[in-house]
Design a binder for this molecule. Structure first.
Ligand code: SF4
Length: 385
């Protein structure tokens, strides 16, 4: 694959990092428990004071799904790629990412050499990213190779670990976001005959189908079964191999939710995130990434009614901001990203006050080899958009 080799040369990996993290900065001896006792009334004031004292040394990032009490302190809000890019450009020494683990890893891949990325709670993971373990993906790759010359290009969603991003970079693939998935998948088909799409089955299927690939040319790879639960013949027939992973928030939306909205709110538009199931995406009026949903709903006429299929904090904020629109969640029950919800104002205060004392707690460090290959994969994507 000469073009890939050439592309790999053009996209020279970044130089090794130079920031030194002393022993104290690994969280040892920095007691979080006393922050659990800080009364809510003083949290806002103390966080504000810490942000002011740290000044341009710190940049706080707030993902769209973050809770209100935290996101209000963010200098930038947005999706994970946009936030990582803004943080790298901001020049602040400390990047406090109020999101989940893979987002902080992405920020670490894109950061400048002098910057340190901090995740306020290391327990803030992502159920989807955790569904594709690097060992499982390597086994999958080896099993696909054993089937014969399949010419597979691996592509992974931003919502994956740095190890998986690095795997795609090292194997001639790329990364996708929910807004550029079709463009990157089209690019992948100019490089190979098949695509291995990681780790979100639904985003992969929704994207491929909208590109005109029929469902019977897609197979699902279950990492807990031999050959992913497929026959060799089915794999040879497939154009897209979908990793069996999903977002626990977006998979909650069901076709009957759309039916209920149609029955109870005639004229209401339904817009859903492409991480939703195929059947839901098919019934919706529109599909959009988080940024796409915000743009579509914001630009719609003021009296438009929307049922939105994405995380509840984003839906509630849109409903509050666009008070002349009628906005509800597609799911009548709360659809919260419970892992992102782990980041509390107490965690944010703990991180900031430790920075004031010269301690960096919860730094996120992607191993250098992974960082370089993940950067190659990210750069490939960014050249396409
Ligand atoms: S909303 Fe879903 S994909 Fe996004 S961080 Fe939460 S669990 Fe992960």
């Amino acid at each position: 694959m000469p073009q890939l080799i050439e592309l790999g040369r053009i996209l020279a990996p970044p130089q090794p990092e130079t920031v030194h993290v002393p022993e104290m900065e690994k969280g040892v001896g920095c007691d979080f428990s006393r922050y659990l006792l800080v009364p809510d009334t003083s949290l806002h004031e103390r966080i504000g004071a810490a942000v002011e004292r740290l000044g341009t040394d710190v940049v706080i990032l707030g993902h769209h799904y973050q809770r209100d009490e935290v996101i209000k302190f963010a200098r930038f809000t947005g999706d994970s790629l946009k936030l990582s890019q803004q943080a790298a450009a901001a020049d602040a020494k400390y990047i406090v990412f109020c999101g989940v683990h893979f987002m902080a890893e992405s920020a670490d891949v894109l950061r400048q050499a002098h910057q340190v990325v901090i995740l306020p709670d290391l327990n803030a993971g992502c159920s989807m990213a955790d569904m594709a373990d690097i060992g499982q993906v390597e086994t999958c790759w080896a099993e696909l190779e054993s089937v014969g010359r399949l010419n597979v290009v691996p592509i992974t969603y931003m919502n994956s670990t740095a190890a998986i991003k690095a795997f795609t970079g090292e194997h001639g693939g790329s990364i996708v976001t929910s807004s550029n998935a079709a463009r990157v998948m089209s690019w992948a088909f100019t490089r190979g005959e098949r695509v291995l799409f990681l780790p979100d089955e639904h985003l992969g299927r929704n994207t491929a189908y909208r590109m005109g690939i029929p469902l019977d040319e897609m197979v699902v790879w279950n990492p807990y079964q031999e050959l992913g639960g497929n026959t060799e013949e089915a794999i040879r027939r497939a154009k897209v191999i979908l990793w069996k992973g999903y977002c626990s928030v977006h998979q909650r939306f069901l076709p009957e939710h759309v039916d209920r909205v149609r029955a109870e709110h005639p004229g209401m538009q339904v817009i859903v995130h492409p991480e939703c199931r195929f059947e839901v995406a098919q019934k919706a009026d529109a599909i959009g990434s988080t940024e796409g949903i915000i743009a579509t709903v914001t630009k719609s006429p003021e009296d438009t009614a929307w049922a939105i299929g994405t995380e509840i904090h984003l839906v509630n904020r849109l409903a509050k901001k666009l008070s002349r629109h009628a906005i509800i969640s597609l799911d009548p029950h709360v659809c919260v990203c419970s892992t992102m919800f782990r980041i509390t104002p107490q965690h944010l205060l703990w991180v900031l006050e430790n920075l004031l004392e010269g301690n960096v707690v919860n730094p996120i460090r992607v191993p250098e080899d992974q960082r370089q290959w993940a950067r190659v994969a990210l750069d490939r994507m960014m050249q396409l958009v």
